[in-house]
Ligand binder design. Sequence first.
Ligand SMILES: Nc1ncnc2c1ncn2[C@@H]1O[C@H](COP(=O)(O)OP(=O)(O)OP(=O)(O)O)[C@@H](O)[C@H]1O
Ligand SMILES: [Mg+2]
Length: 309
Amino acid sequence: MNAGNDIAIDVRGLSKSFGGREVVHDLSMQVKRGSIYGFLGPNGSGKTTTIRILCGLLTPDSGEGTCLGYDILRDAEKIKRQVGYMTQRFSLYQDLSVRENLEFVARLYGLADARGAARDMIKRLGLSGREEQLAGELSGGWKQRLALGACTLPNPKLLLLDEPTAGVDPKARRDFWNEIHALAAEGLTVLVSTHYMDEAERCHEIAYIAYGHLLARGTVDEVIAKSALTTYTVTGELGGLAAELDHKPGVDMVAPFGTSLHVSGRDAAALEASIAPWREKSGLHWQKSHPSLEDVFIELMNRSRDNFQ
Ligand SMILES: Nc1ncnc2c1ncn2[C@@H]1O[C@H](COP(=O)(O)OP(=O)(O)OP(=O)(O)O)[C@@H](O)[C@H]1O
Ligand SMILES: [Mg+2]
C-alpha cells in the first residue's frame, strides 16, 4: 500500500462484460487526491459499472490498480470502509426522519457519538428545522442533501457520487456543488458522474466514456482543445439551414442553440468548403467560435456510435 501517494485512484485496463457484452473496455484512469473528477457519457456507457468496480462492489474481468492505495482486487473490504458511495437512486430510509437516517448511518459505521455526529451534519447541510421530517417526505433537493450527508458522515477519504443531482433544481444543484468543493478543499477526493455540462465545468478533471471506451480526459480546456473541432456559430435567418448542412462533407455536427446554430467539424478544410456557399448569403451571420464542451461531447458520441455499436 502506498498511503503517501497523491493519487487516490490509479487503475489500468479495466474490462467488464455482462452476458457476453463488454460494457467497460480497457479503461485506465488516475484521479488525484483532493480533486473533483467528473465522469461523463451517454446512458449505458459504463459509468455506474466503473464506479462499482472502483469501490470493490464488482470484480472486473481484467485489469488492476489501486483505490486509496488498496488493491481493488484483493482489498475490497478496506476500500469500502473509506469510501462514501451515493448511488444513482439515493438510498435513504424513507420511513425514518432526517435525524434518524443520519444517526442510523453513524451507528452502522460505529461512530463514537452518533447523535452528535448527526447533529453536526444537520447543521452543516442546512437541514436544521427539518430534523424530524420523514426522509420520504422531503423534496428532491433536500433528499439529495441528506443523502450526501449520510455518505460523508463516516469521514470517507473518497466520495463516489453517481448522478447525484439528477432531477434537482438549479439552486439546489449549485449549493450541492459548493458543498462538494468545500469537501474537496478539506482533502476529500470526489468522483462524480453527471449528464450536466455546467457540472462538468466545475470539475478539476473530466473523463468522457461512451460504449465502455474512455474517449477523452483532462481538464475541460484540454478536452476542448484536443477535440480539434472547428466550430461556427450562425445567427440570422436560419430557416432550413440545419437540414441543408447536415451530412455535407466535413460537417460532423449541426445543432441549434436557442436562436443560433452551431456547425462543427474535425476536418477544417472540408468544413470550410461545405459552408462556403452559405457564408456569402445575406441575412446569415457566421462567427467562428470555440466549441463548447457540449459540442465536443456530442461529436465524440456521434463518432463512437459509428465505431463501437
Ligand atoms: N448487473 C448487470 N447485469 C447485466 N447488465 C448490466 C448490469 N449492470 C449494468 N449492465 C449493463 O451495462 C451497461 C452499462 O451500464 P451502466 O449502468 O454502467 O451505464 P451508465 O453509464 O451508468 O448509464 P446511465 O447514464 O444510464 O446511468 C448497460 O447496458 C447496462 O444495461
Ligand atoms: Mg449510471
